[in-house]
Ligand binder design. Structure first.
Ligand code: ATP
Ligand code: MG
Length: 563
């Protein structure tokens, strides 16, 4: 099952890991004057929590060690990239708490320079135009166990290569007709060195360079050279690029680039019950499995933000898991821990009933309304208190009542007495049902002597439940989110089979104490005993919508323990 990767407490505290150690050693040895890192997203989707790990690492190193971190859009494939994604990525990096300042770049800024260097390679006899079809190239590339075969076009003259490459650039050939390849070694044990593609013909307009380019550079060619142009000292990426490093170095060695960056690899974030493949996330949006990139069920930063996860929780989580060299899967429970930690500190406490059950308190005077004191945060007296209204008709949670309770159920049931939080003890006298036999109302009595929640005669109740006054509460829709996938490790090839049909529960009839609607709508709030919530942007005048960010743990177990 899921293996948890955790940096030792001390290392995480000090923000230490093998990448930071390398950077510090290079600074100490005087190999570099200052550290320069970059975060290089491809604008073909929204950022997710895996990207957050990379962002925190790259921007974090620069911040801690007095360097700088560039935001560079790897915009080399105009067919898949969009301005919407560029805007979203900037918004999300800022929201996470990082700032690239003036250092905003695009790989497309370097198209001209990359082209010039490609011609240099041709002139040095180290690149050639290949006319093989894609299939022929694939077959001739060989396999992990078999060497590749040289292309019949590999020994073209420099003049012919230059001529063909210029004509590719000029748009003389259809998409896919030819490619430019680096001439390295078709028998290399590392497939990445078997004459990798540097340029493809692609007649597609680019959001930034328009129709200037008919050929676009590959990631392997564009990436390291972009690093060199920007004087990146430590090019930090995920492990799947480890085998690309010899190629990264080959280009740097064989081109007259202005600096000598080095690539370092760390383990990407994998989370249980969470798919972090951009391809799958794109399909979830495109096929309507979710309501958009910022659907609160999505692991995207936009989704987490809308769900109410504070950016500090994400940074804290990334710090706790640390940076390792071996791939592993982190339990999503660790992420939830960080979310609860952050929200527990900041969220004010309120009362809200998600699935209301009406109670009439028969001996409470009709028309009477009382103001009761309720604290805003149990651990933070400075957060103060508020008044909540109590009256004869209230709502409690349907789940807090059972007509025929099992042994350990101490909440309300016929004849049972419980405490209403901040109010009185009540006892259930009668259960009213509809024609279908469903409980629709409880008739109770209250003990006026228990105001504030304690009985002068010292008698105890085993449960405290929350409530709202019917006439002094507001209706809201509450959206409760469950994991999007039912298996801890979803098979990304067949992800649709693992989708959780109950990932979204809509409770359209929740009732909130009025302070919630009056409060600052942007702040997270704890609905006592129910979890942490935030107002959704679907809210409109007269229509409140709240998202459950995350539940509290083990409310039932806690109550049992209280005794
Ligand atoms: P793809 O390249 O398949 O479109 P990607 O998730 O790698 O998807 P990029 O835009 O290339 O997307 O990612 C930008 C940076 O974020 C890269 O340096 C990449 O290594 C890093 N990154 C992506 N996914 C993760 C992850 N799960 N954990 C840590 N870093 C990640
Ligand atoms: Mg990538």
């Amino acid at each position: 099952m899921a293996k948890v990767e955790v940096a030792s407490g001390d290392a995480a505290e000090a923000g230490r890991d093998f990448i930071r150690d390398i950077v510090k050693a290079d600074l100490d040895a005087g190999k570099i004057k200052g550290v320069v890192t970059r975060f290089p997203p491809e604008p073909n989707g929204y950022l997710h929590i895996g990207h957050a790990k990379s962002i925190c690492l790259n921007f974090g190193i620069a911040e801690e060690l007095g360097g700088r971190c560039h935001l560079r859009f790897d915009d080399t494939n105009p067919v898949k990239e969009e301005q919407e994604y560029i805007d979203a990525i900037k918004r999300d990096v800022r929201w996470l708490g990082f700032d690239w300042g003036k250092n905003l770049f695009h790989a497309s800024d370097y198209f001209e320079q990359l082209y010039t260097w490609a011609e240099d390679l041709i002139r040095a006899g180290k690149a050639y135009v290949d006319d093989q079809t894609q299939d022929e190239m694939r077959v001739n590339r060989g396999t992990l166990t078999e060497p590749g075969k040289n292309s019949p076009f590999r020994d073209r003259s420099i003049e012919e290569n230059l001529d063909l490459f210029r004509r590719m650039h000029a748009g003389e050939f259809p998409n896919g007709a030819r490619v430019l390849r680096a001439k390295i070694d078709m028998t290399s044990g590392n497939i990445n060195l078997r004459d990798p593609v540097m340029y493809r013909i692609l007649n597609a307009p680019h959001p930034r360079t328009g129709t200037t380019w008919k050929i676009y550079p590959s990631y392997d060619y564009a990436h390291g050279q972009s690093d060199a142009i920007e004087h990146i000292t430590h090019s930090v990426c995920t492990l799947e690029f480890e085998d690309h490093r010899p190629l990264y170095d080959w280009f740097i060695q064989n081109l007259k680039v202005p600096s000598q960056p080095h690539q370092y690899e760390f383990a990407r974030l994998n989370l249980t019950y969470t798919v972090l493949s951009k391809r799958v996330l794109t399909l979830l949006v495109r096929d309507g499995h979710v309501k958009g990139w910022d659907d609160p069920r999505m692991p995207t930063l936009a989704g987490l933000r809308r769900r109410g996860v504070p950016p500090a929780a994400i940074r804290d989580f990334v710090k706790r898991i640390g940076v390792a060299k071996a791939n592993s899967v982190v339990d999503v429970g660790m992420f939830e821990f960080s979310v609860r930690e952050a929200l527990n500190k900041s969220a004010l406490r309120r009362m809200a009933v998600l699935k209301p059950l009406k109670i009439v308190i028969e001996n409470y005077p009709e028309g009477q309304v009382e103001d009761l004191d309720a604290v805003n945060h149990p651990d933070n007296p400075a957060a103060g208190s508020r008044k909540i209204k109590f009256s004869r008709e209230i709502f409690i949670e349907q789940d807090d009542f059972m007509e025929k309770p099992p042994k350990k159920f101490f909440r309300l049931s016929p004849g049972m007495e419980v405490r209403l939080r901040y109010a009185y003890f009540i006892t259930c006298k009668e259960v009213k049902k509809n024609a279908k036999g469903e409980v629709v109302e409880l008739r109770c009595t209250y003990d006026p002597a228990t105001k504030g929640g304690n009985a002068p005669d010292g008698r105890k109740v085993k449960a405290t439940i929350h409530w709202v006054s019917m006439a002094h509460s507001v209706r809201a829709e509450v959206r409760v989110y469950n994991p999007l996938f039912i298996k801890p490790n979803t098979d990304v090839q067949n992800f649709a089979a693992d989708l959780n049909p109950n990932s979204l529960e809509v409770l359209s009839n929740a009732r909130l104490e009025t302070a919630i609607a009056e409060g600052n709508s942007q702040e997270p709030v704890q609905f006592e005993r129910n979890g942490y919530f935030c107002m959704d942007r679907d809210s409109a005048p007269g229509k409140l919508v709240f998202n459950r960010t995350i539940g509290l743990r083990d409310t039932f177990a806690k109550e049992v323990a209280k005794g």
